[in-house]
Unconditional design. Structure first.
Ligand SMILES: NC(=O)c1ccc[n+]([C@@H]2O[C@H](COP(=O)([O-])OP(=O)(O)OC[C@H]3O[C@@H](n4cnc5c(N)ncnc54)[C@H](OP(=O)(O)O)[C@@H]3O)[C@@H](O)[C@H]2O)c1
Length: 306
């Protein structure tokens, strides 16, 4: 029996990891949550998962006891819940990551997995800085400095974001408004992400020190709208906007997301695309959804947005 501790267990990444580990069987799963009495935490406990309290904003000493005897850790830090922190979300996320890493090293966990992201500054030749990418890249740098072997995974924009992207519109049934022009982007089916992690855990030794990009589609927003339109049998249009216009959208974090889409347009162009290894993530879990099959599976829920 492998013992694994999962952070972000009540969220999308950790939740996907847990559901795949449960499906696979043979894992003793400990889930970390800041609130063990929440509905999501209780649902995990009902499935036989051990749920323990832990907060990545608290010092590593508080996390070490949660990791003792653990063979593997799935670690993720949440930039978006830190937007109100006085020191800023980027600094706060880096601190969460360092607390996690220090605790993992102190507890001597042999197979830690960190869900990070690359530096957009590096990948755009210093043109675009994206705070929620830079924070994760800084954590990865800290891990490498510490020298304790980790496995790195990089998910990109979730298929599940389509629930937010799809907006009712007067001209069509739905519109998708993003500052991506005609550029394709990486998309990850979060539902299948956990399958990649479960597969890595079959032979974790092999992946220590490696970075796995988890990418299930590489398409532009016109194609994205076309696929969704076809499956939902509704008119869906993509309305491109400028990065500056998107920055002014009235929701928290719009500016940083606009920077991300701006960076994508350089990161995924023909001069930069060779920086990624899409094949490995797909081979690790071959039963992943295409955007079309995912949309078919979630058609009823997506249509509720109308
Ligand atoms: N959305 C995308 O397309 C996308 C793509 C790539 C990467 N990401 C990155 O994914 C990360 C978020 O992951 P997600 O989408 O799985 O999150 P999510 O579904 O929003 O859930 C957040 C999770 O983080 C946990 N959490 C938050 N603050 C915590 C803290 N201080 N200590 C311990 N746990 C904490 C929450 O647990 P409790 O509430 O139970 O404590 C919850 O399980 C972000 O950093 C984002 O940048 C997102």
């Amino acid at each position: 029996m492998h013992h694994i501790t999962v952070f972000g267990a009540t969220g999308r990444q950790g939740g996907s990891v847990i559901s795949h580990l449960l499906k696979k069987g043979g894992f003793n799963i400990r889930a970390v949550s800041r609130d063990v009495s929440s509905e999501k935490a209780k649902r995990l406990a009902e499935k036989g998962v051990e749920v323990v309290r832990g907060d990545l904003l608290e010092p590593p000493e508080t996390l070490v006891p949660l990791l003792k005897g653990t063979d593997a850790v799935f670690g993720v830090t949440d930039y978006w819940s830190l937007l109100d922190r006085p020191e800023g979300a980027e600094k706060a996320e880096v601190q969460c990551g360092k607390n996690l890493v220090d605790a993992i090293i102190e507890a001597g966990v042999p197979f830690p997995i960190f869900s990070g992201l690359p530096s957009t500054l590096k990948l755009t030749d210093n043109k675009v800085r994206t705070s929620h990418f830079e924070s994760k890249a800084t954590i990865e740098e800290y891990i490498r400095e510490k020298g304790h072997p980790f496995i790195f995974v990089h998910p990109y924009a979730y298929f599940e974001n389509i629930y937010y992207w799809l907006q009712p519109s007067s001209e069509s049934s739905f519109e998708i408004v993003l500052p991506m022009g005609t550029c394709p982007m990486f998309l990850t089916c979060m539902q299948d992400f956990g399958g990649v992690i479960a597969s890595i855990l079959d032979s974790p030794q092999k992946y220590l020190g490696k970075t796995i990009d988890v990418v299930h589609e590489f398409i532009d927003c016109y194609k994205l709208a076309e696929i969704i339109s076809e499956v939902l049998e509704k008119k869906v249009i993509y309305r491109p906007v400028s990065v500056d216009e998107y920055k002014r959208f009235p929701f928290p974090g719009a500016e940083d997301l606009a920077d991300m889409f701006n960076a994508y347009q350089i990161m995924f162009d023909s001069n930069h695309i060779q920086n990624y290894d899409i094949a490995s993530g797909r081979e690790l879990y071959g039963q992943y959804h295409s955007l079309k099959s995912w949309t078919q599976e979630h058609k009823a829920e997506l249509l509720k947005h109308q």
